[in-house]
Design a protein around this ligand. Structure first.
Ligand code: ADP
Length: 478
């Protein structure tokens, strides 16, 4: 809905004014021609005398007619002016009403939401604090408004160290930065209690002209997560040992060199062995996840020749692909054979255990979620980055699942995946491991056509590797 406000001088009133000026001018000229000039010129001719007499006779009529015209135009002009002034007042009134309705609605919404909302101006002075924010922080509206946000919103990092005045998320926004989300900060309330908060700070309008701070208390969520992680870590650690023992003894029972069993018993024990292996992997995944989450994941970067390293990971899983009737292709070898050239050599500097686990998770998934066709692993690079891709011709992933794929315990539940076992931890762990290597992990996929997972890592040039080896004797990881 739009409302136009009438300009201060309408076209009509402008016309009226111009008409009055023109008529007044014409009237003056006529008066001069009819009465002033003839009276100044000595008139001898009788025609002129008659003309002056006649003109003098119609003078009252002319004057009355002129006056009447000027009066009518003036009245019309005034009427239009008044009318337009009325319209203008109405338009202003409607606009004011609309604005106040919008303001009321925004206030109702801001007051109703459960998250704390604080708005500051460009200097960081609090302009608005909603009831949820007042309840979380323990400051009243009257006390908080017009104060610097730092007096009210006292932030510290997860170890309790105060955030420096000019490095906090709100300050970043006030200095023109883009929106900031933080889940790792503590807030000190008016009573001195420290609570965990989830915080989103966004600029108001143009960058640097104020900030909107939205936050909520996540203390209980953080504490629950911590307890859950501790439980998972302890339980999986305790259970991994007996499961490893069961797996080992089942392996011995299945080995013809160490045990004699009939075919029926072999079939049962093979199933038991597979399940024990699956359980062992689950506990290992859980343990790795809890390590990744509480910062116990060790990171020991070494220089790795990537093509050879990935070839190794592929060959370990070749038997698994073969069992399923899939072809597992390592593209650099195919290109090498086809073009009679040598496979390229790319170096990265990462933790070899993290890279091995990531590669094996991605290739295993590609085999697991592909019924028939090919799994192709490739390694490419540009000047500064290397990219490993794992492409399959499998069931694919719907676009709406892709944003959730790397979350903990996320499994896609559909008719294609229901029969396939898993924990929903593999891709989450891959993400954490790739992050720990300062890399990037993403997927491109189409349902029914297959998926390609990419791992991007920083590349180290051959010259740099050589320089480090001669200078420090840096060992290469295998
Ligand atoms: P899971 O143990 O279930 O395999 P992941 O975290 O490895 O757990 O994978 C999460 C989900 O992502 C899987 O349940 C599966 O639905 C989907 N997924 C992973 N890799 C692929 C793939 N290559 N093709 C299709 N779907 C996949």
């Amino acid at each position: 809905m739009s409302n136009s406000v009438t300009p201060s001088l309408t076209p009509w009133s402008r016309h009226a004014l111009i008409s009055i000026i023109i008529l007044a001018s014409i009237g003056s000229i006529m008066a001069a021609v009819l009465f002033v000039i003839p009276s100044l010129i000595p008139i001898t001719d009788s025609f002129w005398h008659e003309w002056v007499d006649e003109a003098q006779a119609i003078r009252p009529w002319l004057a009355s007619a002129g006056f009447a015209v000027i009066l009518i135009i003036g009245i019309i002009g005034l009427h239009r002016q008044r009318h337009s002034a009325d319209g203008k007042a109405e338009a202003y009134h409607a606009l004011a009403q609309q604005l106040s309705q919008v303001a009321n609605k925004s206030e109702i919404v801001i007051n109703a939401i459960g998250d704390g909302v604080i708005a500051t101006d460009e200097k960081g002075i609090i302009q608005l604090i909603n009831p949820a924010a007042q309840a979380i922080i323990g400051w009243g509206k009257q006390d908080a408004e017009d104060l610097d946000y730092r007096s009210v919103l006292k932030l510290s990092d997860d170890k309790g160290n105060d955030i420096p005045q000019d490095a906090g998320p709100v300050q970043q926004i006030l200095q023109g930065g883009a929106s900031v989300t933080r889940n790792d900060l503590l807030l000190t309330t008016a009573s001195g209690k420290k609570i965990n908060i989830s915080l989103l700070v966004s600029p108001v309008g143009a960058y640097g002209s104020g900030a909107i701070i939205v936050f909520r208390d996540i203390t209980s969520e953080v504490s629950e997560n911590k307890q859950r992680a501790e439980f998972i870590s302890t339980a999986s650690h305790e259970m991994r040992t007996p499961v490893a023992a069961i797996e080992g003894y089942l392996g011995l029972a299945l080995n013809p060199a160490t045990a004699q069993i009939d075919d029926k018993a072999r079939a049962y024990l093979t199933k038991a062995h597979e399940s024990a292996q699956h359980l062992g992997r689950l506990f290992q995944d859980l343990l790795d996840v809890s390590k990744a989450e509480d910062g116990r994941l060790k990171n020991d970067p070494k220089i790795i020749e990537l093509v050879g390293f990935v070839r190794e990971s592929v060959s370990v899983l070749a038997a698994k692909a073969q069992e399923k009737g899939l072809s597992l292709v390592f593209q650099p070898d195919v290109t090498e054979n086809a073009s009679n050239s040598i496979a390229p050599i790319f170096y990265v500097e990462v933790d070899s255990d993290h890279l091995r686990e990531t590669m094996s998770n991605l290739i295993e998934n590609a085999i697991k979620y592909t019924k028939d066709g090919t799994v192709t692993v490739n390694v490419t690079a540009d000047e500064s980055h290397t990219t490993v891709s794992v492409a399959d011709t499998g069931i694919g992933i719907a676009q709406e699942d892709i944003p959730h794929l790397f979350q903990k315990f996320y499994r896609i539940d559909n008719s294609d995946t229901r029969e396939i076992g898993g924990t929903g931890l593999g891709l989450y762990l891959c993400r954490r491991l790739v992050e720990s290597m300062n890399g990037r992990l993403w997927v491109e996929s189409e349902t029914g056509k297959g998926s390609t997972f990419y791992v991007e890592l920083s590349r180290i040039s051959a010259d740099e590797v050589e320089r480090r080896q001669t200078q420090f004797g840096v060992p290469q990881a295998t």
